[in-house]
Design a protein. Sequence first.
Length: 157
Amino acid sequence: MEKVHSIVLGWPALMKLETASQYLSLDNLTFEFVANRYSVFPAVINDDQNRWRKTDLDKLIKRLPNNMEFESPTPEKRVLNLDKRSLEELALKIGDQLKNAKAGKTSSLVSISETASFLGVGRSTVYRLIDNGQLKKRKIGRRTLITRGSINLLLDQ
């Protein structure tokens, strides 16, 4: 018996609004405007959930003119009127968030796959570098991790 797949070329056969708008490379409001304009309507699933058919979207793409650009029906323009003190507080908070994000992402140990990706080599090459003593490993449980310092030393050579 043949299996039925809901994925066609990487996209689901029935898509939520966000996925459908990404499929057409439009924001949600513009997508709804264009779909309404060209009379392409969603399928209503249980509990009033709207899903867009991939086949309908493919037909819509063929109907769209090549040189037509769409603007969002209600463009969002936001203007912040901040005094100097509020602006400085905002800048400090953003700076703190960036510092915390950077601190959280840099660890002293890196997985084999991350090391291979970073160095642009395969996993077997990383294991060979470990065996040759060019990379230092740490075992934590069953995981083998590479020290970031040994990666930097290898790159400096």
